[in-house]
Design a protein around this ligand. Structure first.
Ligand SMILES: *Cc1c(COP(=O)(O)O)cnc(C)c1O
Length: 370
């Protein structure tokens, strides 16, 4: 359809940096440093100051970053880890990989992130960590989370997979907890051309442990100190990410400008727009609106050629895969309401005001016809 607007457009971004990417990838092929290697090291040293962290360890995905950060925090069988059910399932799967039990706390319905006021009641003598998820690109309310964690002697591990460059009271995602976990899946704000992730930390011991665990637990080749994993970042992803670091701030500002246009143009339309809280820099990985007839709006937008997404339609506590936890509908009402009502509009740095105008016109036409 000629007037259609895609939900994301990864090709537009590739074309905008094609010469630099192609050169970096060809140089990587020539170097034959296909796994870890100099481009991964170069990327890690660019991402560390960006995430206000001393150490960055590239990993094979955001999920493996979460798994390794949790292991480095000492999480194991019998432990409990607190997170929210309104997230991508990987936040919870990583807890399960450690043999620990996920314990859910509901979200704050305005920010879609964990409600710090509800955390304390979920803490037991088995609680080892809290995993706030900086959902959609806005950081969780970190100060009260860190306060309760410190007071109760438990770790905070940030799921920053959607929050590259996001800020909370001037501090960047990945810099506040014991560790931060990022994803470079292609559609994320900083996307590789394949799978990728990273752990950020300013704790030397956590960095040392993650460095070993991602590479078979070896301190030096074939000297295995720990039982580790094949969770290394590929050289080609390092080459791509290194090039993209020169653009991430510009892309983030483009997302924020696009969000500001949506905010203004959708005001008073009848759908609820996302709220950026005063002390935060939202990086709009996702621009999620709310409506009580999500299916109706999504069908209308599809018919009008506007791509949409749902992040996420089923909260983790109601997923079949985690039925063993014994939860049911009504356990986390804010997460359940969000899952029923959120709809993600097209959002990517290269989206044009004309494309956004088509999206907004379609949303408003649906609202007016109700
Ligand atoms: C994408 C994502 C992950 C997992 O990252 P992968 O790189 O896909 O493994 C974890 N948590 C959240 C919130 C995510 O959005």
């Amino acid at each position: 359809m000629s007037g259609s607007v895609p939900f994301v457009d990864l090709r537009a971004q590739y074309l905008s940096i094609k010469a630099d990417i192609d050169e970096a990838v060809l140089a990587l092929l020539d170097s034959t440093q296909f796994v870890l290697g100099r481009d991964v090291v170069a990327f890690e040293s660019l991402f560390a100051p960006y995430a206000q962290s001393t150490h960055v360890l590239g990993t094979s995905s955001g999920t493996s970053a979460l798994h390794l950060a949790m292991l480095a925090a000492g999480i194991g069988p019998g432990d409990e880890v607190i997170t929210t059910p309104h997230t991508f399932i990987a936040s919870v799967s990583a807890i399960d990989y450690c043999g620990a039990t996920p314990v859910f706390v509901d979200i704050d319905p305005v920010s879609f992130t964990i409600d710090p006021r509800a955390i304390e009641a979920a803490i037991t003598e088995r609680t080892k960590a809290i995993v706030p998820v900086h959902l959609y690109g806005q950081m969780a309310d970190m100060d009260p989370i860190v306060e309760v964690a410190d007071r109760r002697g438990i770790a905070v591990i940030e799921d920053a997979a959607q929050a590259h460059g996001a800020e909370y009271r001037g501090r960047r995602a990945g810099s506040i907890g014991l560790a931060g976990c990022f994803s470079f899946y292609p559609g994320k704000n900083l996307g590789a051309y394949g799978e990728g992730g990273a752990v950020t930390t300013s704790d030397d011991q956590v960095a040392r442990t993650v460095r070993m665990l991602r590479d078979w637990g070896a301190e030096e080749k074939y000297h295995h100190v720990l039982k580790g994993f094949n969770y290394r970042l590929e050289g080609m992803q390092g080459a791509v990410l290194k090039v993209k670091m020169a653009h991430i701030e510009g892309w983030t500002e483009a997302r924020r400008a696009a969000a500001a246009r949506y905010d203004e143009w959708l005001a008073g339309s009848g759908v609820e727009v996302p709220r950026q809280l005063d002390d935060r820099r939202h990086v709009y990985h996702v621009y999620a609106i709310r409506t009580d007839d999500r299916a109706g709006l999504q069908a209308h937008l599809t018919e009008q050629g506007v791509g949409t997404g749902i992040h996420y339609p089923i909260p983790v506590h109601l997923q079949q895969a985690f039925a063993e936890l014994g939860h049911g509908r009504g356990d986390f009402p804010h997460a359940e309401a969000a899952a029923d009502e959120v709809l993600s509009l097209p959002m990517f740095p290269e989206i044009t005001p004309e494309q956004q105008e088509r999206v907004v016109t379609a949303v408003r036409a649906w609202c007016d016809a109700r």
